[in-house]
Each structure stands twice: as structure tokens, then as C-alpha cells.
Ligand binder design. Structure first.
Ligand code: GLP
Length: 261
């Protein structure tokens, strides 16, 4: 796992955008894993700016979102499929229908989850997966206790996650859905490159566990220690509890610029 401590969220966004640009250069029809949440916003802003400037194109690319609330109406602004359209997809040049998400309104949820896994496989798997992290160490919506080998499925949200996400629902935790569909930890582990971004001291403990704790279902993100190509992009706040912080800084500084993450 590579840990990179950047100056701020915008710098993290630029580093991740560089990695995505390299993937698209090599493979214009690349498959991207898209995450919601505030952490990846700087990545999407940077990609939208580069697309506007004609430096990058998603014309042949495809996208799969990480997770979705169960039961939010199709036009609800907090439905993740709508959120990702607003913050990213509508700002770049994806072809119509190129971005998919798990169907939180499906009548047959297990079948919808299986179909989602199938669709990712048919697309050739995810080349680069963008991730945030919850304060309890969840990635996607894989809450503590999730199977480390799980695939896309329905999960019950923890009270902590619903409290954390209430800010998107007018501060009312009771308006936050109780269930979600999420790519599993096994699904995320199958992506060829995973780029996790975190900012602020509120994420510091989760980030410490992710990079330096024992691998455990209690901190689901720790499974990424087993990933052959995982990059963790942090600001100073999110890095503030790391034991090996000086080592990570030195390692990144001594890396040749062309190598990227
Ligand atoms: C939600 C999402 C996660 C995201 C997490 C952190 O729970 N399902 O994918 O990583 O929030 O969000 P934020 O980046 O806003 O802190």
C-alpha cells in the first residue's frame, strides 16, 4: 500500500486525476469505479476541468458506482446515482448509458446485486476504483463486520454512518435510509488499482487502522493491505495518527516524478 500525504484536498485530486489520465491514455475504454461522498469531489473537479480543457476524455470509458441507498425515489437528490451524475458524470463527456449503479429500487434485490456483479465482469472488471472511507473504516457501504470476501449485496447501515450522512438529509437521521446496496470488499479488491482519498482529522483513526492496523472485518478498509496496487491519498489531518508518517513522506518525495501513483 502506498500512502501519499499531499498539501490539501486539491493536491490529492490532482494526483488521482493524473493516475486516471494515465489509465485513459493507455486504455480509452477504461472502466472506472466511482465513489460518492465529499472526499472524491476534488478528483471530480480536477477531471471536469481537464475535460473542459480538452486534456482528457471519457467518451469511450465506462463507470460503475460503488453503492446506493435502498428505497430512495428515482428523482431523490441524495440517491447516489443522481449524486454522481451531478458531481461528475454530467460535467464530463461520458457516452449516454456508460455509467451504471446498483438498483436500490429493484423488486428482487439479490438478483439486482448479482446482475451488477455480472455487468462489472462483462465490462472487463474495474481498472481504477476511487474510494473514500467512513469514520468507522467502511469503504463503499461495507460496514464493520462485513465479510472480507463479500460481493455486491444489501447491507444495514450502522447508526454511526446514518448520523454521519444525516447532513445530506437536512440533519435528520431518521430520513437517512436504513439499508443500502454496496459493492462488496471482494468486488473492490478485484479492481486493478484502488485509490482511496481521505481528508480531515475525523478520518485519522480510520486511516491509521487502514494502513497500520491488523486486517480485520472490524475495520473493513484494512482488507486493502492485501491489494497489490492500493494508493491512499491524505491531507495532514487524515494523516495525523499515522505512526510511519515520516517514512511515507520520504518515500513519496524520493519517487521519480514519471512513476506516478
Ligand atoms: C458514505 C459512502 C462512502 C464514503 C463515506 C465517506 O458512507 N457510502 O462511499 O466513502 O460516506 O464520505 P465522505 O467522503 O463524505 O466523508
Amino acid at each position: 500500500m502506498e500512502v501519499v500525504i499531499a498539501q490539501d484536498a486539491a493536491a490529492c485530486g490532482a494526483i488521482a486525476a493524473d493516475a486516471i489520465a494515465r489509465v485513459l491514455d493507455r486504455k480509452p475504454a477504461a472502466v472506472l469505479g466511482l465513489a460518492t461522498g465529499s472526499s472524491p469531489l476534488a478528483i471530480y473537479d480536477e477531471l471536469a476541468a481537464r475535460c473542459d480543457a480538452g486534456l482528457i476524455s471519457f467518451r469511450h470509458a465506462r463507470g460503475f458506482t460503488l453503492d446506493e441507498y435502498v428505497g430512495l425515489p428515482a428523482d431523490h437528490p441524495e440517491r447516489y446515482r443522481n449524486v454522481i451524475d451531478t458531481v461528475f458524470v454530467s460535467r464530463v463527456d461520458f457516452a449516454p448509458g456508460a455509467v451504471h449503479g446498483p438498483d436500490g429500487l429493484a423488486a428482487d434485490i439479490p438478483a439486482a446485486c448479482a446482475a451488477y456483479e455480472e455487468a462489472i465482469g462483462q465490462a472487463g472488471g474495474i481498472d481504477l476504483q476511487i474510494l473514500g472511507i467512513g469514520t468507522d473504516g467502511h469503504i463503499g457501504f461495507n460496514e464493520p463486520g462485513s465479510s472480507l470476501a463479500s460481493r455486491t449485496r444489501i447491507k444495514t447501515l450502522t447508526r454511526q454512518t446514518r448520523i454521519d450522512n444525516a447532513r445530506f438529509f437536512g440533519g435528520d437521521v431518521d430520513l437517512v435510509p436504513t439499508h443500502c446496496l454496496t459493492q462488496g470488499l471482494g468486488t473492490i479488491m478485484a479492481a486493478r488499482h484502488v485509490v482511496l482519498v481521505a481528508s480531515g482529522r475525523g478520518k485519522a483513526e480510520a486511516v491509521h487502522q487502514l494502513a497500520e492496523g491488523p486486517v480485520s472485518a472490524m475495520w473493513p478498509a484494512t482488507i486493502l493491505q492485501h491489494h497489490p496496487h492500493a494508493t491512499v491519498l491524505l491531507d495532514d489531518g487524515a494523516a495525523s495518527r499515522l505512526q510511519l508518517v515520516d517514512y511515507y513522506r520520504e518515500t513519496y518525495l524520493s519517487k521519480p516524478e514519471w512513476q506516478g501513483i
